[in-house]
Design a protein around this ligand. Structure first.
Ligand SMILES: Cc1cc2nc3c(=O)[nH]c(=O)nc-3n(C[C@H](O)[C@H](O)[C@H](O)COP(=O)(O)OP(=O)(O)OC[C@H]3O[C@@H](n4cnc5c(N)ncnc54)[C@H](O)[C@@H]3O)c2cc1C
Length: 162
């Protein structure tokens, strides 16, 4: 965890005179309005190339939040349930933040195939599709495809920040 948390980290990064933040804006809505020679693209690589070689599959999640009227809900910050439940993980946040409170918040994670693209599915057949997109990426040097969606690869936060 960054010393002052991720919110402060991103606020400090974005608090630069050359950076203007536009939320809820697809880059395609503004690409013609902002002429530039180079772009750093962090969106899905298949979307960028209009799904030319088909859609890259992702695993997604539903989150189910609960507040419990107890100091501590579970004996560890994260418990995985790989087999026996519809959910695969229960996270109790106060372990991670150090918050002290008489109640506690937890979240259940339910895996699903559709929805927001969270985790690339590491199967050879999907790597073959990605390889085709990568060839298009390599032929587009003025655009830097970075991050988990543009490289179809899972990263943890420490890998993204360092
Ligand atoms: C459910 C989940 C849980 C995770 N838990 C952990 C964890 O506990 N610990 C850990 O270390 N890591 C965790 N990670 C991983 C970590 O969150 C990611 O690796 C990290 O956020 C990736 O950063 P990124 O910049 O590559 O991509 P993102 O954070 O996804 O940033 C991509 C950005 O591109 C924007 N974008 C996409 N398409 C467009 C478009 N067309 N136009 C404009 N903008 C666009 C998106 O809005 C987004 O802001 C988790 C990831 C997920 C999905």
């Amino acid at each position: 965890m960054p010393l002052h948390g991720f919110t402060r980290l991103f606020e400090n990064m974005l608090n630069h005179p050359n950076i203007k933040v536009m939320l809820n804006t697809d880059y395609r809505e503004i690409e013609k309005a902002i002429p530039c020679q180079e772009i750093v693209y962090t969106g899905p690589v298949d979307e960028f190339f209009d799904y030319h070689y088909g859609k890259l599959p992702y695993r997604s999640l539903d989150f189910y939040h609960e507040t419990h009227n107890t100091q501590v809900f579970e004996p560890a910050p994260v418990i995985n349930y790989p087999n026996q439940h519809l959910y695969t993980r229960v996270t109790e946040f106060k372990y991670l933040t150090g918050q002290e409170h008489s109640k506690t918040n937890i979240v259940y994670k339910f895996p699903k195939a559709e929805g927001d693209p969270y985790y690339p599915v590491p199967r050879p057949v999907n790597q073959e599709i990605y390889k085709q997109y990568k060839a298009l990426v390599d032929a587009t040097p003025e655009i830097y495809f970075v991050g988990r969606l543009a490289t179809y690869k899972y990263y943890n936060m420490d890998q993204c920040v360092s």
